[in-house]
Design a protein around this ligand. Structure first.
Ligand code: ADP
Ligand code: MG
Length: 265
């Protein structure tokens, strides 16, 4: 097996809260395997976003960091936007309302690939086609508010991969979307990472969503990594109570409920 893209070793991240240290992550060891799709699962507040920020080198200055994230293939720490692309839950958070879609998708290519704006615009056009935005030519000149939530997320994905990062981190990218659109976005991410040989870290509190496409699963609970392994193994035989609970919740959710003997689907 090739060296991991990133090695997280003994990583703890804490914040000062009411004069005590409160841990967002505690002593985490995790390899991000190259070319694989890792689902990071856990309840709200379990440290998932903190892990994403730590990987991208974007933790705020007040974060107290112990341990390390090593990148065996990089001579220097990764640059967010170039080596690590990020997509967040709310595309409003990654898209600027007063800049055109063209400017925003092209920006990564100008800044990190050294393309001039003309070349970057045509790169942006290709990316918008790739994420299947209708009429991509017109979309280049349009603004975020002119698109639906699902389309905005597609645009945010196009912008995140514009500089061809080796790692794409999607932090609950579908939580704000309805179920059909969620499935479409997951399918798109899956397709893009396969095609580009990118590594994907997909963060979600929804184990059902992750189970469809993840190669590996890491489960977080209260700042700790409580279970990790190949997705099939973890799903078939969860070892930790937290994973079992997340799976049980999924089964309750996806099994049609019987009301007066009639399936409520
Ligand atoms: P998740 O993404 O799983 O919901 P987070 O990583 O956002 O969890 O947060 C984990 C814990 O760290 C939470 O208790 C949260 O309140 C705390 N935390 C995260 N970021 C900060 C911050 N910048 N300052 C203080 N506490 C934070
Ligand atoms: Mg989060």
């Amino acid at each position: 097996m090739s060296a991991p893209l990133a090695e997280i070793r003994g990583l703890s991240v804490s914040y000062l809260r009411e004069e005590a240290r409160s841990f967002a992550l505690r002593d985490v060891d995790l390899d991000i395997a190259k070319g694989r799709r890792l689902a990071v699962i856990g309840e709200s507040g379990s440290g998932k976003s903190t892990l994403a920020l730590a990987l991208a080198g974007l933790l705020p200055p007040q974060a107290w960091i112990e341990g390390a994230v090593r990148w065996p293939g990089l001579a220097k720490p990764p640059v967010a936007g170039r080596d690590v692309g990020m997509v967040f839950q709310d595309p409003g958070g990654s898209l600027n309302p007063v800049l055109t879609i063209g400017e925003q998708v092209a920006e990564g290519a100008v800044r990190h690939l050294g393309l001039d704006w003309r070349a970057a615009r045509s790169h942006a056009l290709t990316l918008l086609e790739r994420v299947r935005i209708p009429d991509p030519q017109a979309a280049l000149r349009a603004y975020p508010h002119q698109f639906s939530g699902g389309q905005r997320q597609r645009i945010a994905i196009a912008a995140a991969i514009a500089a061809r990062p080796g790692l794409l981190i999607a932090d609950e990218p579908t939580s704000a979307l309805d179920m059909v659109v969620q499935a479409e976005i997951v399918a798109l991410l899956d397709e893009l990472v396969r095609e580009a040989g990118m590594t994907l870290v997909f963060i979600t509190h929804d184990i059902a969503l992750a189970s469809g496409f993840a190669d590996d699963i890491a489960v977080f609970q209260r700042a700790q990594l409580v279970e990790k392994g190949a997705a099939q193994a973890v799903l078939a035989q969860p070892a930790h109570a937290c994973t079992k609970r997340l799976l049980a919740a999924q089964i309750d959710f996806s099994t049609p409920r019987l009301i007066d003997g009639v399936a409520d689907v």
